[in-house]
Design a protein around this ligand. Structure first.
Ligand SMILES: [Zn+2]
Length: 141
């Protein structure tokens, strides 16, 4: 069995979070949502923190805005291209629903707080890493 070196550290797939990391197999981002009150919950939890209802994976639009970000100049692992942007993006479905990700598809200096972004997936084995790029590529404003 040959060993594959990944540039990014891959998440561990546990029963509560596996759906999130494999959701991109069909090109859609899924976030846990409470069947009782409709609240989205991320990172995934088996029960809704608001009402205790069942949380199940629910497709979302994949649209978000950059809430905060940092530019990394350091290659933490061999093969990691720098600089890159590590960001918290707020999904449009719910206030303060954050996903921690990388911003791709634009120069790092183009990233700013409030930038509209949408999801794209980088497949590595069974994992589809949700990354985000600016909506429409070039800035429309
Ligand atoms: Zn609930």
């Amino acid at each position: 069995m040959s060993e594959v070196r990944f540039a990014r550290q891959l998440p561990a797939l546990d029963p509560d979070t596996a759906f999130f990391w494999t959701s991109g197999a069909d090109g859609r981002l899924r976030i846990g949502r409470c069947a009782a009150c409709g609240r989205y919950q991320h990172p995934p939890l088996p029960r809704c923190p608001e009402c205790g209802g069942d949380v199940s994976p629910t497709p979302v639009s994949g649209r978000a805005r950059v809430a905060s970000y940092t530019v990394n100049q350091q290659a933490w692992v061999p093969g990691l291209a720098v600089p890159f942007v590590f960001a918290a993006v707020e999904l449009v479905e719910q206030a303060e629903l954050y996903v921690f990700t990388n911003i791709v598809g634009c120069p790092v200096e183009d990233v700013r707080t409030g930038l509209p972004v949408e999801v794209t997936f980088e497949q590595q084995g069974e994992v589809f890493l949700p990354l985000f790029h600016p909506v429409g590529g070039a800035d429309a404003s």
